[in-house]
Design a protein around this ligand. Structure first.
Ligand SMILES: Nc1ccn([C@@H]2O[C@H](COP(=O)(O)OP(=O)(O)OP(=O)(O)O)[C@@H](O)[C@H]2O)c(=O)n1
Length: 467
C-alpha cells in the first residue's frame, strides 16, 4: 500500500511510541484495487495522551468526542483519523450509547472484532508490509461476501444500512448468518437518527455499481419494512406482456442496474447521480395504489392508470423519511410525475409540447428525463421496444435543437417590458405575463425582440390598466 510521504513521516514518529496500522475502508478499497484517500490509523501499545503529544508535532489535532476515542490530525490540507484499539460495550440506545475503553493491550483479533464486516476488519502494517486479517476478510473480499465480524455487529443498527450500501457498491452478497442477525435486530431501526440513515442512502445513490444488491439486502434482512414506499412495490404485479421481468420491485431493481450501466454514468457528477438514482428508484412508487386487473383492447390486463402522477407525492414522502435534503425532492418529483410524458403522442414531438414538458420538469431537465425513460425501458429484460427507443431519440433531438435538454424555457416577456408600455405593477400584471409565456411556449415568438413586438400587439388589442 503506497502511503503519502507526509503521512509516512507521521507514522514513523508514532512508531517510536506504538504500533500504527492502517485500518477500515482504506485497506478494503486498496485490496479491491479501488482508489481511496481515506486513511484511518489504529495505534496499538500506546496511551491516548502520548499519542496526542506525538501527533500534535505534525499539525492541528482534534479530539472527536472524547468518548469516541479518535484523534483527528489535520496536516497539509488532509485529515487522518487516529484511534486506539478499544473495547466497546453497549449501554444505551443509539450510536452514542456506548462505553468505549481504549485498551492498548487488546489482541489484533479482539481489536478487529468491534468492526462491522470482515472486509472492513483487515489491518495493514506499513513497516512490515503485512496484512493482519484475523477474521478472514481477504477470503470474503474474494468471494464477494459481507459477513459480520462478531456479535458486536448488532450494537450499532446502522451497520445493516452499511451492509445495504456496501453490497450495492461492491456488488457483494450478504452472508446468510449476517442476514439472520440483521432480521433479529430489525426493530432497532428506530434508534437511528435521520442524518445517519441519509448518509447510507446517499452512498447507495452516488456510489453503487449494482444498486439492486442494496435493495435485495433490505428485503432479505426484513429492513424493507422501514421503507414502506419500496416495500409496497414488492408483489405489486405488472402486465406480463409489458413487463416479462416480474413485479414492480423486480422491475425497479433492473431499472437501477440499467441506469448505472449507461454510457456516461461513471463520468456523471455526484449531484446528477443522486437525482437520477432516486428518480429511477421512485419512478413507479405510484403503482401499488393504482394497479388493478381490467379490460383493455378486449383483453385482461394489469393496469396502473395515473401511477406517474400518484408517484410524485409518494416519492416526496419517501425522501423525507430517509432524511434527504429538500431540494432533492424538488428535482426528483417532477421526473417521477412526468416519466410517461412522452410515451404517447406524435413522433417527433411538437416544439410547443417539448417546451411545456421542459417547463413542467423544472428544476429537473429533459436530459434527465431521457435517462429515466431509458432506464425504465432497459429494466424489462428481455423486452426491447424499438418504438420507445425511437421516442427517446426523437424527444432528445427536438429538446437539443431548442436548447432545452439541460434547461427550462425562460420567459422572454418580463415585467420591465410591461412597465415600458406604461403599465403599473398590479394584479393584472401577472395575468399578462402568464399569457405572454404561453404564447412563447406555443412558438409565437422566439427571442426578446419578437417578444416585445408580440406584447405591443397584444396590449393594443387589450384595454389596459395603463394610466
Ligand atoms: N457503524 C460502523 C461504522 C464504521 N465501522 C468501522 O469503521 C471503519 C471506517 O468507517 P467509515 O469511514 O465510516 O466507512 P468506510 O468503511 O471507510 O467506508 P467508506 O468508503 O464508505 O468511507 C469501517 O471500515 C468499519 O471497520 C463500523 O464497524 N461500524
Amino acid at each position: 500500500m503506497k502511503l503519502p510521504p507526509e503521512l509516512l513521516a507521521v507514522l514513523q514518529a508514532v512508531r517510536r511510541v506504538g504500533r500504527p496500522r492502517l485500518v477500515g475502508g482504506g485497506v478494503r478499497d486498496w485490496l479491491l484495487g479501488q482508489p481511496s484517500h481515506d486513511y484511518d490509523i489504529e495505534v496499538a501499545g500506546v496511551d491516548f495522551p502520548t499519542l496526542q503529544r506525538v501527533l500534535a508535532r505534525f499539525g492541528a489535532t482534534d479530539l472527536v468526542g472524547r468518548s469516541f476515542g479518535v484523534i483527528k490530525l489535520r496536516r497539509r490540507g488532509k485529515e487522518y483519523d487516529f484511534s486506539l484499539p478499544r473495547r466497546e460495550s453497549k449501554e444505551g440506545a443509539g450510536h452514542r450509547g456506548f462505553a468505549i475503553t481504549p485498551d492498548p493491550l487488546l489482541s489484533d483479533a479482539e481489536a478487529a472484532a468491534r468492526r462491522d464486516f470482515t472486509i472492513n476488519a483487515i489491518a495493514y502494517d506499513p513497516f512490515e508490509d503485512a496484512l493482519i486479517d484475523p477474521h478472514g476478510g481477504q477470503a470474503d473480499l474474494q468471494r464477494g461476501l459481507l459477513r459480520h465480524t462478531s456479535a458486536a455487529f448488532s450494537e450499532d443498527p446502522l451497520r445493516v444500512l452499511r451492509g445495504f450500501q456496501l453490497a450495492a457498491r461492491f456488488d457483494f452478497a450478504l452472508a446468510p448468518e449476517t442476514a439472520a442477525l440483521c432480521r433479529q435486530i430489525a426493530d432497532t431501526f428506530r434508534e437511528l437518527p435521520r442524518e445517519r440513515i441519509w448518509g447510507e442512502w446517499d452512498k447507495w445513490a452516488t456510489k453503487a455499481r449494482k444498486p439492486s444488491r442494496g435493495l435485495a439486502v433490505l428485503k432479505e434482512t426484513g429492513w424493507l419494512q422501514h421503507f414502506p414506499e419500496i416495500a409496497a412495490l414488492d408483489a405489486t404485479p405488472q402486465d406480463p406482456e409489458w413487463h416479462p421481468e416480474g413485479d414492480v420491485f423486480t422491475h425497479t431493481q433492473h431499472c437501477l442496474d440499467a441506469l448505472v450501466a449507461l454510457g456516461d454514468w461513471q463520468r456523471a457528477p455526484q449531484a446528477r447521480r443522486r437525482k437520477l438514482s432516486f428518480a429511477v428508484l421512485a419512478h413507479d412508487f405510484g403503482k401499488p395504489a393504482t394497479t388493478f386487473v381490467g379490460e383493455r383492447g378486449g383483453r385482461q390486463r394489469v393496469l396502473s392508470p395515473g401511477h406517474e402522477a400518484a408517484g410524485g407525492e409518494i416519492a416526496q414522502r419517501f425522501l423525507q423519511r430517509i432524511g434527504a435534503p429538500l431540494e432533492l425532492a424538488e428535482h426528483v418529483c417532477p421526473l417521477v410525475k412526468n416519466h410517461l410524458a412522452y410515451h404517447s403522442g406524435p413522433v417527433p414531438p411538437s416544439e410547443p409540447a417539448v417546451r411545456r414538458l421542459a417547463r413542467r420538469l423544472a428544476p429537473a431537465t429533459i436530459g434527465e428525463l431521457l435517462i429515466v425513460m431509458r432506464a425504465d425501458h432497459d429494466g424489462r429484460p428481455p423486452l426491447r421496444s424499438p418504438e420507445t427507443l425511437a421516442r427517446i431519440d426523437a424527444l432528445g433531438e427536438v429538446a437539443r435543437a431548442l436548447a432545452l435538454a439541460d434547461a427550462a424555457p425562460r420567459p422572454l416577456v418580463l415585467g420591465r417590458h410591461l412597465i415600458a408600455h406604461g403599465w403599473q405593477p398590479g394584479p393584472e400584471f401577472g395575468a399578462v405575463l402568464a399569457t405572454a409565456f404561453e404564447a412563447q411556449l406555443d412558438g409565437q415568438f422566439h427571442d426578446e425582440v419578437g417578444g416585445r413586438a408580440w406584447l405591443a400587439e397584444y396590449l393594443a388589442k387589450r384595454p389596459s390598466q395603463k394610466e
